[in-house]
Design a protein around this ligand. Structure first.
Ligand code: ZN
Length: 247
């Protein structure tokens, strides 16, 4: 099968050569894909819209030797609200890059596809950073690396009302004794209560949650740190977001 279809979202798009784009797609059928979209940076290209970051489109791809080639891209949703303000762009970029680093190519994960699509739609009305954190927790849960949040990962001490310390080395939250000299990110009791709630909330009720600046900073900082260390990759949008969370 040289030509195949993909119902997919563009999760990364970068310039390639003189007029091409190298796109990373996350598709319902095949999981993550990488492909070249030829000539899309030329003004007259008909595929231009379909290969922009965050676009949801019907793709027709040609199976190449090393990289596949986008032969058609019919946009279904361009998610213009994700470009309307910088916070939304950063939150959606943060979701896209986390999805990119935590998945392998051509491994179908339809739940992750649906999750991402839903969050891109929900970003229209949700607090973008609460959405980003909720998405990260759900994704970590799907991929099997969501830390246990109720008790210390090492000594099982109940962490209710306590300061907790997130450690990638340990793979979870630690109490103040077990954290020892590990590199950790601290979570205050308020942030721990919020993140526990965020981990199990029904998405329809996400708009009711409120957090303060300290919780936002600790939670996003902690999750970004944990995932960066785990995959040994930098999360650029999460780093950029840092300046915004603090305001
Ligand atoms: Zn402990």
């Amino acid at each position: 099968m040289a030509v195949y279809k993909a119902d997919a979202i563009v999760i990364r798009s970068r310039e390639y050569g003189e007029s091409d784009r190298l796109v990373t797609l996350f598709s319902r059928e095949h999981g993550k894909l990488e492909a070249i979209a030829k000539g899309v940076r030329k003004p007259k290209s008909t595929q231009r819209g379909g290969t922009q970051l965050f676009t949801y489109a019907d793709f027709l791809l040609y199976k190449g030797k090393s990289l596949d080639i986008v032969t058609q891209a019919q946009p279904k949703e361009s998610f213009s609200h994700l470009w309307e303000d910088f916070d939304r762009t950063i939150a959606a970029s943060g979701m896209a890059e986390l999805l990119d680093i935590s998945t392998t190519r051509e491994q179908p994960e339809p739940e992750l596809f649906t999750l991402t699509l839903s969050f891109f739609f929900m970003l229209k009305h949700l607090d973008p950073y609460i959405a980003q954190a909720a998405y990260a927790l759900k994704l970590m849960d799907f991929e099997g690396y969501l830390p246990v949040m109720d008790s210390c990962f090492q000594c099982a001490k109940d962490l209710e009302g306590e300061y907790a310390f997130l450690s990638t080395e340990a793979g979870g939250f630690l109490c103040s004794v077990c954290k020892n000299n590990q590199i950790v990110k601290p979570f205050s009791p308020g942030s721990m209560a919020f993140i526990r709630q965020l981990g199990k909330v029904d998405f329809k009720k996400l708009d009711r949650l409120r957090w303060n600046k300290k919780m936002r900073e600790e939670i996003l900082e902690g999750l970004g740190f944990f995932c960066e260390e785990k995959f040994e990759r930098k999360l650029q949008a999460w780093r950029q977001g840092r300046e915004l969370w603090k305001d």
